[in-house]
Design a protein around this ligand. Structure first.
Ligand code: C2E
Ligand code: CA
Ligand code: CA
Length: 566
């Protein structure tokens, strides 16, 4: 943007006839700071020297040493100079079209007989060009000069207005692991990668007569006429950026929504391309994804789940199932506790298993709300069984990785326990091992706080991450849940059973009890019992079932205990 906003605008008058120069000078009056050039070379010199402050050039076409056309030509081919507006002053009516093509913005006819028209044109031209500068400053991303997201969307819609029959592709491009580049090589290096990607994307968009923009930090956008080989675009960009950082191969991922549906909003088209792009996140072999019918259906399905969650919670459509855990080392198998497992009784899709919605809710930031609901419902149910059967059955609830970063998680769960008149020892918390992998310090701190409140901590999916050993040595744990992938084949392979025995040893070393999950048959049960495993959860005893069915197991347990006393 010009620096001279608010002060006298600088105008260069290029005119070799003295009388015309004087007349123009007089017409413009004191309102402008005037510079004069009497030949083409002098004009070019003044234009270059004052490029940052010039608001306008009034240009005669016929000049000694270099004519007006040549000046227009030079200015147009220079990025900085072409921002300066030029009004051509001429008596040749026929030159009008040519000058406009060469970048002139307006005309003043010689001789100068209408001073007020000339003043108005000069004023308007300057205002317009400053307006455009102002717009440019807000339209463009300051680092790359590409359109920012908002204006990118506006211009893509505008492009459709002019070329409505053209098939267009919406493309979202993301630089993989830009944050690590920033972290390990510094922000300056990160910026170099961004700038290089931006340059490349602008070039590609220009080649296709399309538009390029920058979304958030590492995201770039293109709206271009349909390209049947999008892989070529991905390759061009990667070839350009891959070598910027020594020893680090930089890759991108790209999502294409081809032949966009122009009846949907520009924003939604790029959401689809972004959806495709995210579908290959973390997959370094597949870096291109095309938004297709299947993706569209999945998205509609997931959107409907996300949008109906709140209502489903209010109308009791989320149902807690219970699966028993039996202690197996005594004379008989004793119902020791249960795990609460959520189901969604959906009016359109039937009974949904957690796999259909838990990962989705985790991604959408909804899981904490649902888990809070489950924790409260379980605390209520445990309280109800305590009173009805005079029987204290601890139930474990799942605590998602995402819940672990909730502020004051210990206060939150404790208040649910109080509210439902039970004690913390009746609510066990299952925390997945992957929570430790993603944020060890946070996990240690939160587990400590929860244990201080009296909650039992069970480590879920034990052995599936890379941190089992680190984890059990860095904090006290009450129960370890052996993941069912380890249990599956113990009756078929000595090697697998050996692995389970190692984990049992490890648990006893840190004084943790062990639950084996996914036990389905008698052989597995006996092997685990002989190896000293404390508890078992699995289809061998019972599938997860609704509270009313689970109550039969409670009643059976109570009658066994009575029989033992009698
Ligand atoms: P998980 O915590 O590992 O739960 C154990 C899963 O194993 C459950 O699947 C259970 O039904 C299944 N299972 C139990 N015994 C057997 C068996 O003998 N054989 C086989 N093949 N499977 C068995 P489910 O109920 O589908 O839950 C899947 C996962 O969803 C859970 O894995 C847990 O991570 C998550 N989840 C369930 N409820 C909740 C919840 O309320 N909150 C959160 N955050 N996650 C939940
Ligand atoms: Ca669990
Ligand atoms: Ca588990």
């Amino acid at each position: 943007m010009k620096e001279n906003l608010g002060i006298k605008r600088q105008v260069l008058i290029v005119e070799d006839e003295r009388i015309n120069m004087l007349i123009l000078g007089k017409i413009l009056g004191d309102e402008y700071e005037k510079l004069h050039a009497e030949d083409g070379e002098q004009a070019m010199k003044l234009i270059r020297e004052n490029a940052d402050t010039l608001s306008l050039v009034l240009l005669d076409l016929i000049l000694p040493r270099m004519d007006g056309y040549k000046i227009l030509d030079i200015m147009q081919s220079d990025n900085a100079l072409k921002q300066i507006p030029v009004i051509v002053c001429t008596s040749e009516i026929n030159s009008e079209a040519r000058c406009l093509q060469m970048g002139a913005v307006d005309f003043i006819a010689k001789p100068y007989i209408h001073p007020e028209v000339i003043r108005a044109r000069v004023k308007r031209t300057i205002e317009l060009s400053e307006g455009i500068d102002l717009i440019r400053a807000t339209e463009n991303d300051s680092l790359t000069g590409l359109y920012n997201y908002e204006y990118f969307l506006k211009y893509s819609a505008l492009r459709d207005q002019y070329y409505s029959d053209e098939d267009m592709d919406a493309i979202v491009i993301n630089i993989n692991k830009l944050h690590s580049i920033n972290e390990f090589h510094g922000r300056e290096m990160g910026n170099r990668v961004i700038l290089c990607t931006a340059r490349c994307i602008r070039g590609i968009a220009e080649f296709y007569h399309g538009i390029a923009g920058r979304g958030s930090g590492d995201e770039f956008l293109m709206y271009i006429p349909h390209e049947r080989r999008p892989r070529a675009i991905l390759k061009i960009i990667e070839d350009n950026i891959t070598e910027i950082v020594a020893d680090t191969k930089i890759t991108i991922r790209m999502g294409v929504y081809p032949k966009v549906d122009k009846t949907i909003k520009a924003e939604d088209r790029f959401d689809r391309a972004r959806h495709a792009c995210n579908s290959v996140r973390g997959n370094f072999n597949v870096r291109l994804a095309i938004y297709d019918k299947e993706m569209n259906e999945k998205e509609i399905y997931q959107d409907s789940l996300v949008n109906s969650m709140e209502k489903a919670m209010e109308s009791g459509r989320f149902v807690v199932f219970y699966q028993p855990k039996y202690a197996i080392q005594g004379d008989r198998n004793v119902l020791y506790s249960a795990e609460a497992l959520i189901r969604w009784d959906h009016p359109d899709y039937g009974l949904l298993s957690p796999a259909a919605f838990i990962p989705l809710f985790e991604k959408q930031g909804l899981i904490h709300k649902l888990d809070h609901y489950v924790w409260n419902e379980v605390a209520r149910q445990v309280g109800e069984w305590m009173i009805r059967y005079d029987f204290k059955l601890p139930v474990s609830v799942n605590v998602s990785r995402v819940d672990m970063v909730a502020p004051d998680l210990d206060d939150e769960i404790y208040s649910l326990v109080e509210k439902n008149w039970i004690t913390p020892d009746l609510l066990h918390l299952e925390i997945t091992e992957s929570a430790y992998t993603s944020n060890a310090d946070q996990m240690v701190e939160t587990v400590q706080e929860l244990r201080d409140r009296g909650f039992e901590i069970e480590i879920d999916d034990f052995g599936t991450g890379y941190s089992a050993l680190n984890m059990i040595s860095s904090m006290p744990i009450d129960v370890i849940k052996l993941d069912m992938s380890f249990i599956k084949r113990i009756h078929l392979s000595d090697k697998e059973m050996h692995l389970v025995k190692l984990m049992l040893d490890m648990a006893s070393f840190v004084n943790a009890r062990v639950v084996a999950e996914g036990v389905e048959n008698r052989e597995q049960y006996e092997l685990l019992k002989n190896a000293g495993c404390d508890m078992i959860q699995g289809y061998y005893f019972s599938r997860p079932c609704p509270a009313c069915e689970f109550e039969k197991l409670i009643e059976k347990e109570i009658s066994c205990r009575h029989a033992a006393i009698a």
